[in-house]
Each structure stands twice: as structure tokens, then as C-alpha cells.
Design a protein around this ligand. Structure first.
Ligand code: CAA
Length: 394
């Protein structure tokens, strides 16, 4: 971090993690930190960092080795996302959105579908995206209106999707559509749609508050003829696939939030050590000390919940963890880490005062980036609903 006088202030690293996370941290510090401000300013997708992640095999972390992936467990995946997000939240989405897009294929794909798509996804030859949200179906994911009508060996898809991460960047989209318009949630099906198929187009690119280097776009489907072989699992299985996918990916959003919070805390600590007012560093004032102590406590609490959730979810079969516990821990990790990120980044801006509000310092970017983690992959109000249902629902 560079201070007002142009001096470099060492940002302390206050914890030790595994080897691969340490490697990613090194890459993040050397290659991503110097790019983060520019990515935010220009709003350009960081193609150079996508290439870097391809070289580092970070684009198919959860894909099993038999399909050409790294076969990493969920904790490793979360550690990687955390380290990248600590440097740049937009860039961490390259990894997290890939995971979100590939997960329905991993969970609901046939052997043939997995062999066809996963190796290319794991190599980064295919970038993927998750097409669930629609203008009238955000929290109420079951309310989607995109239709899929069977005609011989094809399904004909019509509808609009919005707020799709990687929209316009992705090669492969998993699109959720209604095959049984009167069958409620049981009428939702999931399809693999390749970008060049006639009738498929990318609409408006969103201009967002944060995560500016990540593409978020509208998708338009007009009489898109998808081979029936691209249906995941079976007709009507789509809602379950979507929910199970989110169970597996929400911890990644928790990891992103944790990384943002850690990055902001690191900046605030470094600034408190350097910045002088009333003849002494501001870190010597109790008002600042107490804020930093609370921020650190919250970050560590979020980390413990996230790591526990990731270990539990990643080993759920071996440990005999009930599916509702997987759902609950996934939602709790995302909820707590993202609320933590919002609070800690806001406090970091406060500690940096006027400078914190300026784009010259990274904390205002981190505060803007933190906000989305409370919203996407299910708002935190929805996470609370999900947690409550797992506790007292039938
Ligand atoms: N795993 C498996 N099945 C599940 C499940 C899970 N985690 N959660 C629910 N289901 C099943 C239920 O068992 C139930 O099945 P039965 O009917 O057979 O009993 C069925 O799904 C319906 O469940 P609910 O009654 O709980 O459904 P609901 O409509 O009341 O509420 C919801 C569901 C939890 C609110 C859900 O709609 C939801 O998660 N909404 C948020 C959507 C979301 O996260 N969107 C994010 C989009 S992706 C994104 O943001 C990334 C990006 O690119 C920007």
C-alpha cells in the first residue's frame, strides 16, 4: 500500500495457511494487487489474470482429476478465493463464477456431459456461467418464466435472464427454464447452452457499484434450439440442481467476503501505524485501537465459521452430515462473512478518514465490493430464511 507521501507501507500478513494458499497469496501480491485499482477504474475484465489462472490450474478447482480438474476440496477452494479476494474482489470472481457455472454439470450432468464439458472448463478453454435469475425472479428463484418446449430431439428455449456473472465472457451457460409451466418448482429444468447457438445473445452489460472488473449481463433466448442431450439429469430436476449448486458455492462467496474484509483490515492496521495526528500515530488512540480489535475479532470469527463449514461440506459424505446441515452451514458461512465484510470495510474507511473516502486508497473499493456479497447467490435475508428452515422446517 502506498501512503500519501508516496512511501510504501508494508501490509502485514497476520496468519499462516496451507502451501497452495501461500502460493496463491504470493501470486496475488505480485500480480493482482498492482492491477486491482486499475481494474476497478476501467471496469475492464482482467483477461491477463484469467490467463494467469489458466496457467496455475485455478479454473476447475473442484473438478475431479478424472475429468481433468485439480480435485481440490472445498476448504482449499475457499482459501484460494480468499487470497485472491484480499487483493481484488473482481478477480476472485473469475474463479468463483467458474465454480458456480460448472457446479450444475458436476452435480447433475451425465457421464457423457461431464466428459464433454468438464475437462475444457477445468483447463479454462471454456468459461462458464449460471443462468438462473430473471427480472421477476431473484429471491423467488422458482418464479422464473423462461420456457423450454420439447420438439423432437430438441428443446426450444425462450426468455430473458439478468444479472448473470460472466455474461458475454462465458462459452457455456447453464440455463434454468420451465419445461412444465404448470408444475411449479417441479417444472424447472436445467440445460447446457453454448454461446454460439442461434437465437442466444447477450444484452445489456450492467454498470455496477463494485466488482467492476467482472462482467454482469442480461441474456436473451429467442427460439434457441438446444439438443435434448444437453438437459441435465431429467425434466423437473432443475430447481434441486440450482439449490444444491448454491449449497456448494455460497461458501465461496463467504471466502470472497472474508478476503475483502482481511484486505481492508490489513490496510487499516498499516495506516493506523503510519498516520500521525496530534503528534502521535492514530493507532495509539484507544478509539482506533478498539475499532481495530473489533474488526480483527469479527474477521477471525468469520474465518473460523467459513473454514469449519467448508470442511464439513467438503467431507459431508465421509462424516455422514445430513443434507440440511450442508445447506445450513453453507448459508451461515456466506451470511456471516458477508455481513462481516460490509462492517469491516466500512470501519476501515472510517479509520482512514478523508483519505479512506478517496479512490487513491483501496478501502473505498473494498467497501463497494463488499456490498455485493450480501446480495448475490441469495440475499442475506434469504440466507436467514434458509437457515431457519433447516432448524425448524419439516
Ligand atoms: N437442496 C436440495 N433441494 C432443495 C434445497 C437444497 N438446498 N432447498 C430446497 N430444496 C427443495 C426442497 O426440498 C423442496 O422440494 P420438495 O418440494 O420436493 O419438498 C423444493 O426444493 C422447494 O423448496 P422450498 O419450499 O424451500 O422453496 P421456496 O420456493 O420456498 O424457497 C429459496 C426457496 C430458498 C427461497 C430459493 O428460492 C432461493 O435460494 N432463493 C435465492 C435464489 C438465489 O440464491 N439466487 C442467486 C442466483 S446466482 C447469483 O446470484 C450469482 C450471479 O451470477 C449473480
Amino acid at each position: 500500500m502506498i501512503n500519501r507521501e508516496g512511501e510504501t507501507i508494508a501490509v502485514p500478513i497476520n496468519r499462516g495457511t496451507g502451501t497452495s494458499a501461500a502460493n496463491v497469496r504470493k501470486i496475488a501480491e505480485e500480480r493482482i494487487v498492482p492491477r486491482a485499482g486499475e481494474i476497478d477504474k476501467t471496469g475492464e475484465y482482467p483477461w491477463d489474470l484469467l490467463e494467469l489462472f489458466k496457467q496455475q490450474d485455478l479454473l476447475g478447482l473442484s473438478v475431479p482429476e478424472e475429468y481433468g480438474g485439480s480435485g481440490a476440496d472445498m476448504l482449499t477452494y475457499c482459501l484460494v478465493v480468499e487470497e485472491v479476494a484480499r487483493a481484488c474482489a473482481s478477480t476472485s470472481l473469475i474463479i468463483a463464477a467458474q465454480e458456480l457455472g460448472l457446479m450444475p454439470i458436476l452435480l447433475g450432468g451425465s457421464e457423457e456431459q461431464k466428459r464433454k464439458y468438464l475437462p475444457k472448463i477445468a483447463k479454462g478453454e471454456y468459461i462458464c456461467a449460471f443462468g438462473l435469475t430473471e427480472p421477476n425472479a431473484g429471491s423467488d428463484a422458482g418464479g422464473i418464466r423462461t420456457r423450454a418446449r420439447r420438439e423432437g430431439d430438441e428443446y426450444v428455449l425462450n426468455g430473458n435472464k439478468c444479472f448473470i456473472t460472466n455474461g458475454g465472457i462465458a462459452d457455456v451457460y447453464v440455463i434454468f427454464a420451465k419445461t412444465g409451466p404448470d408444475a411449479g418448482l417441479k417444472g424447472i429444468s436445467a440445460f447446457i447452452v453454448e454461446k454460439d447457438i442461434p437465437g442466444f445473445s447477450v444484452g445489456k452489460q450492467e454498470d455496477k457499484m463494485g466488482i467492476k472488473g467482472s462482467a454482469t449481463a442480461e441474456l436473451i433466448l429467442e427460439d434457441v434450439r438446444v439438443p435434448a442431450a444437453n438437459l441435465l439429469k431429467r425434466e423437473g430436476a432443475g430447481f434441486g440442481i440450482a439449490m444444491q449448486t448454491l449449497d456448494m458455492t455460497r461458501p465461496g462467496i463467504g471466502a470472497q467476503a472474508l478476503g475483502i474484509a482481511q484486505g481492508a483490515l490489513d490496510c487499516a492496521v498499516a495506516y493506523a501505524r503510519e498516520r500521525k495526528q496530534f503528534g502521535q500515530t492514530i493507532g495509539s488512540f484507544q478509539a482506533i485501537q478498539f475499532m481495530l480489535a473489533d474488526m480483527s475479532t469479527r474477521v477471525e470469527a468469520a474465518r473460523q465459521l467459513l473454514y469449519k463449514s467448508a470442511s464439513l461440506i467438503g467431507n459431508s459424505k465421509e462424516l455422514g452430515v445430513a443434507p440440511s446441515e450442508v445447506t445450513r452451514f453453507s448459508a451461515m458461512a456466506k451470511l456471516f462473512a458477508s455481513d462481516t465484510a460490509m462492517q469491516v470495510t466500512t470501519d476501515a474507511v472510517q479509520i482512514l478518514g478523508g483519505y479512506g473516502y478517496m479512490k487513491e486508497y483501496p478501502v473505498e473499493r473494498m467497501m463497494r465490493d463488499a456490498k455485493i456479497t450480501q446480495i448475490y447467490e441469495g440475499t442475506n435475508q434469504i440466507q436467514r430464511l434458509v437457515i431457519e428452515k433447516c432448524l425448524v422446517g419439516d
